[in-house]
Design a protein. Structure first.
Lengths: 143, 115
């Protein structure tokens, strides 16, 4: 299992958001099955389910044109102690440091990266060859 | 996602069933009880298995519009993963949240009667 990589390529359309997030949850479950994990299983799966949902939504929302959206690639890498998810799109560059939502003013957006950064151990973003890739890693609690 | 509507003590209980994410959030905004009426409602989240920031954004927008009409939307019965999204984003500050629909409806009935 170690060093295995799973890659999924989806149209950049929010209709496919749930397919992306459920794949993330099941991939996290598969990763945990190879490790001696006794607690935090649901939290680990949910962290990937939610983080990939957020990252895919960001990528799909800015994909254009909407009639022929650019594909979004999701890859999962099984490492010795952690699972890493990467989401790559070919949209214009974006920032990973948006301002935190001002909750008292009822903001309807701006929560996505806040959630990802809260749930994952490490989050990074790079711009390369006209693509954006957000990479997110998390270790399960091993006992 | 489907959206069920029932009445309890003359208060409408709206219960979405399934996932609240970017692909389904617009269905909440299109629901007449949630978005068009000035009635205070209970949103029963007991059958929502997953919520992300797009779903949360829809709830925040509906709550804001309700309060602009001097009404409200109170929440009930969220599972642990939905609760976690509210905790991380501090969205609990924006909503009254109850453990069960009956308590939520009682709150709404009392609030409506006092207005």
């Amino acid at each position: 299992m170690k060093d295995s990589t799973i890659t999924l390529c989806l149209p950049g359309n929010i209709r496919f958001t749930r397919l992306a997030s459920l794949t993330a949850s099941k991939t996290a479950e598969l990763f945990l099955s190879s490790m001696k994990v006794s607690k935090g299983i649901d939290d680990f799966q949910h962290a990937f389910e939610l983080s990939v949902s957020e990252a895919f939504t960001n990528a799909a929302r800015y994909a254009s044109p909407s009639s022929h959206p650019q594909p979004v690639t999701i890859s999962f890498r099984f490492e010795e102690k952690q699972l890493t998810a990467s989401i790559t799109d070919s949209n214009p560059a974006f920032t990973i440091e948006p301002p935190a939502p001002d909750i008292e003013n009822y903001p309807e957006g701006g929560y996505g990266l806040l959630l990802i950064r809260s749930l994952m151990d490490t989050v990074s973003c790079r711009r390369e060859n006209n693509t954006n890739t957000i990479t997110m890693s998390k270790q399960p609690e091993i006992h | 996602m489907i959206i069920k509507e029932t009445k309890l003590d003359n208060i409408t209980i709206v219960a979405p069933v399934g996932t609240l994410d970017a692909s389904t959030a617009s269905l909440l905004n299109e629901n007449k009880v949630l978005s068009e009426t000035s009635a205070t409602v209970v949103l029963d989240l007991s059958q929502v298995d997953f919520l992300d920031s797009s779903g949360l954004g829809a709830l925040v927008g509906i709550a804001r519009k309700k309060r602009e009409k001097k009404a409200d939307m109170v929440l009930t019965s969220m599972n642990d993963n939905v609760r976690k999204v509210f905790e991380i984003t501090q969205a609990f500050q924006l909503f009254d949240v109850y453990d069960d629909a009956r308590s939520a409806a009682e709150h709404c009935r009392t609030k409506t009667a006092s207005q």
